[in-house]
Design a protein around this ligand. Sequence first.
Ligand code: NAP
Length: 361
Amino acid sequence: MRLGVGLLRGAGPLLRPAASASAPAPARPRALVYERHGEPADVLQLKDLELGELGGSGVHVKMLAAPINPSDINMIQGTYALLSDLPAVGGNEGVGEVIEVGSHVTSLKPGDWVIPGDAGLGTWRTDAVFTEEKLMKLPGDIPLLCAATLSVNPCTAYRMLSDFETLGPGDSVIQNAANSGVGQAVIQIAGAMGIKTINVIRDRPDLQKLVDRLTALGADYVITEEMLRKPEMKELFKKVPKPRLALNCVGGKSATEMLRLLQHKGTMVTYGGMAKQPVTAPVSALIFKDVKLRGFWMTQWKKDQAHNKDRLTGMIQTLCDLIRKGQLSAPACTEIPLKDYQIAIEASMKPFISAKQILVM
Ligand SMILES: NC(=O)c1ccc[n+]([C@@H]2O[C@H](COP(=O)([O-])OP(=O)(O)OC[C@H]3O[C@@H](n4cnc5c(N)ncnc54)[C@H](OP(=O)(O)O)[C@@H]3O)[C@@H](O)[C@H]2O)c1
């Protein structure tokens, strides 16, 4: 599928190769499998697997691309809230092309592109037979990297911007780890909603390059963790209102400082804990500002919509519309062939990489 990847990367008119242009599937499907929990470099193995029976409700999917997200790593390490039965295939997100469908399958046909409807599918593989209800069909004009990274981070960003505070044009949101996949989606989706973003990142040798990249994406203000603690922040709030919403991906001091900057009765939503430190709330923020501390987990949100699938498909449609209008792009990515997975896994666990590692099959 390298041909397809190359063709689609430039977005532009959003062309997708026809199903017949795909390279033939390898004789034996291959997958990144782990038989025990541990460090991914130690426990992941690229193995040949049997393709399951198609049966009546099966869908044979040829995977095209799948990202490596922090939660995938935590699942392999055995430290995540959701763990697969072992042995398991790694990866929870990605995009694939339907090759063949069982006789009872009604919503999908060969050539359709699909993404997982939920976590736990095991997407780091060349081919698989999934059941129809585990998959969501994507519209035919979404570029490969957008499709591969759509079901987790943009959905998380969209929900957090929509479900906790009623925000409108002119309001502001503050977020840390603003260069993360979620952070980049927050910048773009908030921008499309007319909401100003204050984006906190860690200092680094090539800081200006990252500031420029996030600014080009639509970030209104980009500041470092150190600046967050300085009195000069007062100057910023002469230009933009204090945030009603803070999105916390980090924890520790970073979260505490964002809490101090929230508006009266504002909300901080914690969705990640990259610093592996607890959230400490200043007593004054609770007593005098009555700030709300909330959490969000996309997996739980999707479970909660089990009987309301229209809400999930509606959100995907909204995000696809933003992609079409050029208001939402894929995060900065590095594409790596599945066979070189060790390189991708190692890069995904390094600090200051600022690029999502995407396995291409
Ligand atoms: N709750 C949910 O539903 C949900 C959904 C999606 C993602 N998440 C979580 O959100 C987080 C980000 O996911 P992602 O896919 O967007 O990640 P990503 O694209 O891989 O980015 C990781 C981010 O974490 C930052 N980071 C890493 N170590 C850090 C540390 N010690 N202190 C501060 N920042 C650090 C990185 O900044 P540098 O460039 O400075 O290294 C980068 O901004 C993960 O914890 C993930 O599990 C949660």
